[in-house]
Design a binder for this molecule. Structure first.
Ligand code: WQD
Length: 344
């Protein structure tokens, strides 16, 4: 791929892995990141892991005062398209601060679209989420599943999907892929880039990893009375490197389209694992005890969700390859080598 790609949020957890994958496939990148939930060190490590042109723009896509700089930098870079990952992503925080979530996530997208339009680069791969699905869909969930996001974060993802589809209807030259991530976990096998959450991790894997490395005492398992095989929540965990390959595959698919399109595609492994199964796998990978205690269910959680991954295979020729043990081994390598993330 000799494409020139804008990667918003390219210093973040998913973004840094997408950046390494695209560079390794020959792309040149313009990374736009405000480092609100990422670290400049991640950009250095991206360049350590993969050769290729990386232009870094430290700006906030949701800040109106930065629009001019962003538009100018994108036009100068002469992109073929963009992977749009920048945004706020904490479900609980979105419930407490809904307007901030709507403003930031939607404004950032509108700024990006305007900059791409100005640069005549009408291709976007958007970081959506399985959170757009409701609880009513039977598993495995496919892209025709009912969309009923249960929180403001999930609704920002859904609204952005719809906004991009409206754009592709209004201007048939836009090529859009909304990638609905299930649960990204793991890290690049080098152990040099990985998930580095601010404060107490909301998500399961980074919390387990911090217990394993001794940063947290014990894991709270939110609910053991769900109608699942062991009573704990079941999710479709996908290795972040598989996810990154899925973005490159989506860009390749869009670049081959002779006319505009707007597609929704699941990125999942198509397999569900419970919290207790994830804990056991991490224990195997780290050879560390993972003390846990059962706690009440977390508001907004659903019992079980995993993907029907067939559309991504059909359209992109992509499917997840790494196992749960691979995810745990790679996540553990990152955590143990970088106990304090990029500040280690
Ligand atoms: C997984 C399972 C919890 C933490 C969220 C967002 C989704 C996406 C991924 C951004 C559940 C249980 C968790 C803990 C636990 N984010 N759990 N103890 O909720 O499936 O998805 O993150 O795109 O949009 O909704 O992921 O990792 O938080 O939870 O028992 O300390 O682990 O109940 O069953 P989730 P998660």
């Amino acid at each position: 791929m000799s494409q020139r790609i804008v990667v918003t949020g390219g210093a973040g957890y998913i973004g840094s892995h997408v950046a390494v994958e695209l560079l390794s496939q020959g792309a040149s990148l313009l990374i736009i990141d405000n480092f609100a939930n990422s670290h400049p060190e991640a950009v250095s490590r991206i360049q350590e892991l993969a050769n290729g042109e990386v232009v870094l723009l430290e700006r906030d896509l949701a800040d109106a005062a930065h629009k001019g700089d962003i538009k100018k930098a994108v036009a100068t870079f002469k992109p073929d398209g963009a992977v749009h990952l920048a945004g706020l992503k904490a479900v609980g925080e979105s419930v407490e601060e809904p307007i901030r979530y709507y403003r930031v996530n939607l404004e950032a997208t509108i700024t990006l679209v305007e900059a791409l339009e100005n640069a005549h680069a009408k291709t976007i791969v958007f970081s959506s989420s399985a959170t757009v699905y409701g609880e009513e869909n039977p598993n495995p969930v496919d892209e025709d599943g009912k969309t009923a996001p249960a929180n403001p974060y999930g609704r920002t993802k859904f609204f952005i999907e719809e906004m991009l589809k409206d754009l592709a209807i209004a201007d048939k030259s836009w090529r859009i892929a909304n990638l609905r991530y299930f649960n990204p976990v793991g890290a690049h096998p080098s152990g040099r880039i990985g998930e580095d959450p601010n404060g107490v991790p909301n998500n399961l894997f980074p919390f387990i990893a911090q217990v394993a490395v001794g940063k947290r005492d014990t894991l709270k398992v939110f609910g053991n009375d769900y109608q699942t095989r062991d009573g704990t929540g079941v999710r479709d965990y996908i290795h972040v490197c598989d996810l990154a390959r899925g973005h490159a595959a989506a860009l390749g698919y869009l670049s081959k389209q002779t006319s505009g399109c707007a597609i929704d595609v699941n990125l999942g492994a198509g397999v569900g694992y419970s919290v207790l199964e994830a804990v056991a796998a991490f224990k195997r990978a780290s050879n560390r005890e993972i003390p846990f205690e059962f706690a009440p269910r977390r508001d907004g959680d659903i019992a079980e969700i995993f993907a029907n991954p067939s559309l991504s295979k059909e359209l992109f020729g992509w499917q997840a390859q790494k196992t749960l043990d691979d995810m745990c081994a790679d996540h553990w390598r990152w955590q143990s080598k970088n106990p304090d993330g990029y500040n280690s």
